[in-house]
Write a protein that binds this ligand. Structure first.
Ligand code: NAD
Ligand code: MN
Length: 483
């Protein structure tokens, strides 16, 4: 018999004792902690309980200029002079130090960002380490990556990251850039700077030459100053499509090479021959992983009509056992929404969905009183033209639509300005190949979802951006390839 209230679990909190936090962080420029010329600091907050974690320096244009100059000097005098094997040694050392500190990094990521400790511990941090190991291995094999071609590093890379996978996005950017011989200035997202600052400590501990990695913290205007700096050779941005478009405009007519990883509204498609229980579990993972703060989240579910009723009933039942709460609790499935602003955005989309006439389902669950939390939400009978089916929500909200034929679902899935990822659930291998070749998405997962690996390239079609990160492809974003 299916009971209504499935779990009643005792708290299993991860200890925060392992985290060493300063009360204030300066800018990491030229291998030293430097007081910002702005003399301004901003707070980082724990979204799980709204407590204050630390004060963080806000870099202005003069600080950014200092960081770019340090990166340029390190590029010319040190980093571009080293052999690939020497660069690789530093990367391996960084990877090992990250691994040694993985528990501290995981707890810190959860404290600062709100994601469940299970995810930061088992996914974010191990993957971030693996990215460094993987690209460390390429550093002395670039000729093998592009046989018969000549190549050169680009110079100074400006890198801007979002708050949803703070350390992982840093790894995606810094590891290939350094492996290819570039130096970097990275600006983390303002709500999640702490693991990037820990990473700066790791670079110091690894003895990385001064200026090879610089971390400038701040809000969007710090990012804009970095993008506008005339002595930057490459810009790598991950974030919203709106900001990505501004950056693209700012680069017109400059020497700057650009890669953009932007938003998504990915389709997750269940065909009638799919193993249904496995597919339901996959749908849960596709949309509720990291509170739905995943650019490639399977936020649009398409179910073949003959099984739609059955799948929706199973989904509703499964939602009742989702555990929303303190992200430091090892039982938690959905942690805290990253910021108050993002929570408001999600609530706003939920009202839009209701006013558009979609049927809403939320399980009965008690949210903690303090902190930023959102119930997992399903919208059924969603119209293809509705805003909740077209726009990225970036939260634990799933829209459900049905279809009759494969042609119809391909057309509906591709009817989106985005094209980051897709999922296909079917027992029929030929259908997997058929769909994956016709879906306009950078990644298509079959009978699984949200699987990442440093060896596979990741990136989008259409307004989800251009360029690839990860794998051998990820190297070409940081090299000038000459034919
Ligand atoms: P955002 O675009 O607001 O911010 C991203 C970063 O850009 C932050 O560091 C921010 O401070 C900085 N920034 C803001 N304005 C800027 C400007 N004018 N110039 C330069 N930098 C600026 O995005 P967000 O809200 O932090 O992140 C969520 C978005 O990121 C979602 O749309 C999501 O899909 C996208 N995302 C995409 C991927 C991907 O790989 N495609 C990965 C993660 C997140
Ligand atoms: Mn924070």
């Amino acid at each position: 018999m299916m009971s209504e209230n499935t779990w009643n679990l005792d708290p299993a909190l991860e200890s925060t004792a392992i985290v060493q936090l300063n009360t204030q962080y300066e800018l990491y420029i030229d291998g030293k902690w430097q007081i910002p010329q702005s003399a301004t600091y901003f707070p980082s907050v724990n979204p799980a309980d709204e407590s204050h974690l630390s004060q963080i320096a806000q870099a202005n244009e003069a600080d950014v200029d200092k960081a770019v100059k340090a990166a340029r000097a390190a590029y010319q005098n040190v980093w571009s002079q080293l052999s690939g094997a020497e660069r690789g040694k530093y990367l391996f050392r960084i990877a090992r130090l990250m691994q040694e500190k993985s528990r501290e990094l995981a707890v810190l990521e959860t404290l600062d960002g709100g994601k469940p400790i299970r995810e930061s511990r088992d996914i974010d941090i191990p993957l971030a380490c693996n990215h460094f190991f993987y690209y460390a291995g390429w550093a002395d094999k670039l000729e093998e990556a592009f046989p018969g071609q000549q190549m050169a590093s680009l110079g100074v890379a400006a890198q801007i990251t979002p708050w949803n996978f703070p350390l992982l996005m840093l790894a995606w950017k810094i590891a290939p850039a350094l492996a290819c011989g570039n130096t970097v200035v990275l600006k983390p997202a303002e709500t999640t700077s702490l693991t990037a600052l820990k990473f700066a400590e790791i670079c110091q501990e690894a003895g990385l030459p001064a200026g090879v990695v610089n971390i400038v913290t701040g809000y969007g205007d710090t990012g804009a100053a970095l993008v506008a700096h005339p002595d930057v050779d490459k810009i790598a941005f991950t974030g919203s499509t709106a900001v990505g478009k501004q950056i693209q405009r700012a680069c017109i007519g400059t020497k700057k090479k650009l890669t953009l990883e932007l938003g998504g509204k990915s389709a997750n498609i269940i065909l009638e021959d799919a193993p249904i229980d496995q597919a339901v579990e996959g749908v849960i993972n596709a949309i509720f992983f990291n509170q739905g703060h995943v650019c490639c989240a399977g936020s649009r579910l398409f179910i073949q009509e003959s099984i739609a009723h059955q799948v929706v009933e199973k989904l509703k039942f499964r939602l009742k056992s989702i555990y929303v709460g303190n992200p430091l609790d090892k039982n938690t499935d959905i942690g805290a929404i990253n910021s108050k602003k993002q929570l408001e955005t999600i609530h706003n989309y939920i009202s839009v969905g209701l006013s558009e006439g979609a049927e809403m389902y939320q399980p009965d669950c008690k949210l903690p009183e303090k902190g930023y939390y959102c119930q997992p939400t399903l919208f059924l009978d969603v119209a293809q033209s509705s805003r909740i089916a077209q726009e990225e929500i970036f939260g634990p909200v799933l829209t459900v639509q049905t279809f009759r034929t494969i042609e119809e679902v391909i057309q509906k899935a591709n009817n989106s300005p985005y094209g980051l990822a897709a999922g296909v659930w079917t027992a029929n291998g030929a259908r997997i190949f058929g769909l994956s070749s016709q879906l306009q998405a950078g990644v298509v997962w079959a009978n699984t979802y949200n699987k990442f690996d440093p060896t596979s390239p990741f990136g989008g079609y259409k307004e989800s951006g251009f360029g690839r990160e990860g794998g051998r492809h990820g190297l070409s974003a940081y090299l000038q390839i000459k034919n």
